[in-house]
Design a protein around this ligand. Structure first.
Ligand SMILES: O=C(O)CCC(=O)C(=O)O
Ligand SMILES: [Fe+2]
Length: 325
């Protein structure tokens, strides 16, 4: 049984997004993730203290405030320890990432995959374009004199623009999961309904970021922009061409979400240097990856491969594109 019916699919086709409230159960589906991340934060804090990047491990603070404090003081370095992926550049043997069993169980969560199956069919590959987003309070970042732009807001973009062109025909589905509440005040998701119908838009280099990222110019985003306020366990599904962004976090706590992607098995993932795996295949269940340690091993092997031969940039638009002048 899935929580998604024909009317939902029609809405998804018309709007390019679908918000499914309560698809995941915070207790059963998200609590293991919270426990795992509390250990990840302990280890990251200890490592950052040892590396002289932060003055204290702030062990007496609750998770959200502790993460926010450490993100600020480490100028965003903490993000690497939490993310389920590796950075675009500068990967070394010591580059941290997080590929723990609770994340893997969530990637393979049956309720989630039942829903994903409605969109892309029964042969489901977990696409490695996947992130943990712990958004710290934007105000504090500015107080610290550093705007870690990626974390303060997400600029308008289409996810198809973040993968290589060999995946342009891939039926990639974005699955955004609320771990904490998200609302207009703390930086919820914004979507432009129907914006998936006109192909891939121009993206321009965004100078505010302290790393390279590209944004759709505001004039190309439709006038209708919908803020998706969500509770833990709510899930947003996005077409790969739907324009979306997120607001700055103006609260005093973190705003936490995961964004995962899936595609039909056999199609290009758009990040060939990162590992994908078969999350579900009803006809060939033996092809499914079920061992969390094997999955973590795939990412460790990918890190080594990237050190030996770094991938080319997957940014499609040149910095001097005339449309961006
Ligand atoms: O949560 C955000 O700020 C952005 C998420 C996003 O871009 C995505 O899910 O593809
Ligand atoms: Fe996105």
């Amino acid at each position: 049984m899935t929580a998604i019916d024909n009317a939902d699919m029609k809405r998804f086709e018309a709007d390019g997004y679908l918000l499914v409230r309560g698809l995941l159960d915070p207790k059963a589906d998200l609590a293991p993730l919270l426990m795992e991340y509390s250990e990840v934060l302990d280890r990251a804090a200890a490592d950052l203290v040892e590396r002289g990047r932060i003055a204290s491990a702030y062990a007496d603070l609750p998770f959200g405030r502790r993460a926010a404090r450490i993100i600020e003081e480490s100028s965003g370095e903490l993000h690497k320890y939490l993310d389920i992926s590796l950075p675009q550049k500068g990967v070394t043997e010591n580059t941290p990432m997080h590929c723990g069993p609770a994340v893997f169980q969530l990637l393979r969560n049956a309720r989630l995959l039942d829903a994903v199956e409605c969109f892309i069919g029964p042969r489901i590959t977990s696409n490695p374009t996947q992130h943990t987003r712990v958004k710290p309070p934007a105000r504090h970042l500015e107080d610290h004199g550093t705007i870690v732009a990626e974390m303060a807001t997400t600029v308008w973009h289409q996810d198809q623009g973040t993968v290589t062109q060999d995946a342009d025909k891939t039926d990639m589905l974005t699955v955004w999961i609320a771990v904490t509440n998200a609302n207009r005040h703390n930086g919820c998701l914004l979507v432009a309904p129907g914006s998936h119908k006109n192909g891939l838009a121009l993206h321009c280099h965004d100078n505010r970021a302290n790393y390279s990222r590209q944004a759709i110019p505001d004039r190309l985003v439709g006038d209708t922009r919908v803020a998706l306020e969500t509770q833990p366990g709510d899930v947003v599904f996005l077409n790969k061409l739907t324009m979306h962004a997120s607001l700055p976090n103006q609260s005093d706590d973190i705003r936490w979400s995961l964004d995962l992607r899936y595609n039909p098995t056999g199609q290009a993932t758009g990040r060939p240097w990162f590992p994908d795996f078969v999350a579900r295949d009803r006809a060939a269940p033996e092809s499914e990856l079920r061992d969390p340690r094997a999955w973590a091993g795939l990412w460790q092997a990918a890190r080594q491969r990237i050190i030996d031969s770094p991938p080319n940039s997957f940014q499609r638009w040149s910095e001097d594109d005339p449309g961006c002048a």
